[in-house]
Write a protein that binds this ligand. Structure first.
Ligand code: 13P
Ligand code: SF4
Length: 342
């Protein structure tokens, strides 16, 4: 069934973050709806699914996405789908993860610039150089890394499971890469839980999350003393420690959904704030959010383009030997995550 401009406007009218990028009038919805309907028809014809990270624009999330969520949830969705083709509206490393888990499927990433300051901060060569410097260490990589980097590491983690998985790894010597702030947050959280491990970490950072400061939180709290502060573990340790809750984007959303509070300061990319405005219009966002230029380089136009005329640049290709080793690293994450529930 096709979508009307009124249907779309009803969903998106409350979105007021991210400036012009994520602001929807009825007129804008009238322009977007033909694209949305064409994409949805092509998806059916081609047996394709669209996976979209929460940070992409709300017209993608609510117009064409079959699955939306955080990187952990989306990698599980990628594994579960039996569609022939996956269009991954996100950044390149997420498309690579989907390809690693689905070697027989075509995976397309429509982002104009699918980079990520974390994933781009370290190469496979860097890891090969580091490993002999840290003999006996388990190398744990954040999912925000290339397939080549994953192939050189032992266990992959995401922001949703890093603390639990590192706790369960039967080695007290851990090298975590590439996010230094997440590494510092990991050390703090393990010690808070009374777990002693020797954690070393690399020096990468996310350009979006490293900008949040304790002073910003304090300023907002002066005006909104009741507001709950919710942050992503890519933020600085003093920011995370001053927060009421720290978690992945989906965990942040669930925290807000389940909380009795009405006001929230969400310290992450604006995509999460726009989802909150769509899904929980009774809750109030205070303070501001920040845009990730890479996630926001996805558009409906480019999704349509990759469905109609994909180029080699849109398609994820991974050398089979690298893919096999990277898959082991991702599967180790699923094994540890499963063990937590058993
Ligand atoms: P999530 O897995 O929490 O969605 O995080 C991915 C990311 O890139 C955050 O900047
Ligand atoms: Fe990468 Fe940061 Fe953008 Fe997430 S928000 S995709 S970590 S640059």
């Amino acid at each position: 069934m096709s979508m009307s401009a009124e249907d779309l406007y009803k969903i998106l009218k409350n979105v007021k973050v991210g400036g012009r990028v994520c602001h929807y009038s009825l007129k804008k919805c009238e322009e977007l709806v033909p694209l949305i309907n064409e994409i949805n028809a092509l998806k059916k014809q081609q047996n394709a699914v669209i996976l979209a990270h929460t940070y992409v624009t709300p017209d993608i999330l609510y117009g064409v996405a079959d699955y939306m969520g955080d990187s952990y949830g989306l990698s599980k969705d990628a594994m579960a789908t039996d569609a022939k083709k996956i269009v991954f509206a996100a950044v390149r490393f997420m498309g690579e993860t989907a390809q690693i888990l689905n070697p027989d499927k075509e995976v397309l990433v429509p982002a104009r610039d699918g980079g990520c300051t974390l994933a781009d901060s370290i190469t496979a060569e860097d890891v090969r150089r580091l490993r002999p410097e840290f003999p006996g260490y388990t190398f744990v990589c954040y999912i925000n890394t290339s397939a080549g980097v994953k192939a050189e590491c032992d266990v992959c983690v995401t922001s949703a499971n890093i603390v639990d998985i590192v706790t369960r790894i039967p080695n007290d010597h851990i090298y975590f890469l590439p996010d230094q702030l997440m590494g510092q947050n990991l050390i703090h959280e393990l010690s808070r839980r009374g777990i002693k491990k020797d954690i070393r970490y690399y020096h990468g950072t996310c350009d979006v999350h490293k900008e949040y400061t304790l002073e910003q939180i304090q300023r907002v709290q002066l005006e909104y003393p009741e507001a709950k502060v919710v942050s992503h573990p890519e933020c600085k340790p003093e920011v995370c420690q001053a927060s009421d809750y720290v978690g992945s984007t989906s965990q942040m959303l669930n925290y807000m959904r389940d909380s009795h509070s009405r006001q929230f300061l969400m310290l992450t990319e604006c995509g999460l704030s726009s989802r909150l405005q769509v899904e929980f219009p009774d809750k109030q966002l205070v303070g501001s959010c920040t845009l990730c230029e890479f996630m926001k380089s996805n558009s409906l136009e480019d999704i349509l383009r990759v469905l109609k005329n994909p180029t080699d640049k849109d398609r994820i290709h991974i050398d089979p030997a690298v893919r096999q080793r990277a898959r082991k690293c991702i599967e180790a994450m699923f094994t540890y995550a499963q063990a937590e529930r058993d």
